[in-house]
Write a protein that binds this ligand. Structure first.
Ligand code: ATP
Ligand code: MG
Length: 277
């Protein structure tokens, strides 16, 4: 049976040589959005994909965004990831109103302060694990021994200490996703934005990744993920549901229900393993 608490050590962001801060003021919202709207103007019609959404994500929160197809999840994710601009409303990252920023400033925030984890990993095949983790810094020309050490520390913290020089082809899906997660942490992001991060993974590997998210969140990392799966959302601290471009509900998962979800997943995996014996 896998043990979710044995993946790596707890040294994410612990590199004293790094000039990057590892935490900001406790309690400050990592994200605050107010009456956020996004409309797509087409030739024949205007699609109101987000029709006024407001919520805060405090530092250290762990939010699952759910909702039916077409409810606006990807639109919201694109806005949170600074990949697109809202039609109106406010979007604060710390004290900066991102909704008012220029495209260049948005690109800067995106590359410096947002950690993306996608369903398809998006690793560079020719690069090693450590090189892939360092990718966010290539664009900033900051690559010295301290940065390499930080990348090695991050690889270690996600359980890849024995795989530093492997290339993506030589890794399992779960290991590749762990590289992507380590890469997302390289810039000490405001938050990790995960889009169906476990969508491609079997149940054992999904558990590995969710356990890693549990660990990162318990270390203070803010996580915002989009998922279609109830069992994945049950692991988050909070579930935000969208419907027709509006917030349909915003509920906390009790600590008890999160533990139950973890146990359920472990039991499923155990049952699966027994069937294979
Ligand atoms: N670039 C675009 N141009 C025009 N309409 C768009 C565009 N992107 C999204 N939409 C529309 O906005 C609405 C919300 O789409 P969005 O992709 O955010 O939904 P979603 O919740 O992510 O759905 P799914 O679960 O299917 O991925 C939909 O009606 C969609 O057709
Ligand atoms: Mg979508």
């Amino acid at each position: 049976m896998i043990d979710p608490y044995t993946i790596g050590t707890s040294n994410v962001g612990a590199d004293p040589a790094s000039a990057l801060p590892t935490s900001r003021a406790a309690g400050a919202p990592a994200v605050s959005i107010r009456d956020l709207k996004k409309s797509y103007v087409l030739k024949s019609e205007t699609v109101h994909a987000l029709r006024g959404v407001s919520f805060d994500v405090p530092e250290g929160d762990y939010v699952a965004i759910m909702g039916p197809s077409g409810s606006g999840k990807s639109t919201l994710l694109n806005l949170l990831g600074c990949l697109d601009k809202p039609t109106s409303g406010n979007f604060f990252l710390g004290s900066d109103d991102v909704a008012r920023m220029s495209d260049d400033d948005l690109a800067d925030i995106r590359s410096r302060r947002i950690g993306f984890v996608f369903q398809s990993y998006n690793l560079i095949q020719q690069y090693t694990v450590v090189e892939n983790i360092q990718v966010p810094l290539y664009y900033q020309g900051r690559l010295g021994p301290a940065e390499r050490k930080r990348a090695v520390d991050l690889a270690t913290s996600v359980g890849l200490a024995e795989r530093l020089d492997h290339r993506p082809m030589q890794l399992s899906g779960g290991q590749q996703q762990r590289v992507a997660i380590a890469r997302s942490l390289m810039n000490d992001p405001y938050f990790i934005l995960a889009d169906e991060a476990t969508g491609n993974l079997d149940s054992v590997t999904t558990e590995e990744i969710l356990s890693l998210f549990d660990k990162l969140n318990s270390e203070g990392r803010t996580i915002i993920m989009v998922t279609h799966e109830d069992e994945v959302a049950a692991r988050a601290k909070r579930v935000v549901r969208l419907r027709d471009g509006l917030l349909a509900s915003d509920r906390m998962n009790s600590e008890e229900s999160r533990v139950e979800a973890r146990l359920r997943q472990h039991e499923n995996i155990l049952a699966l393993a027994q069937r294979k014996l």
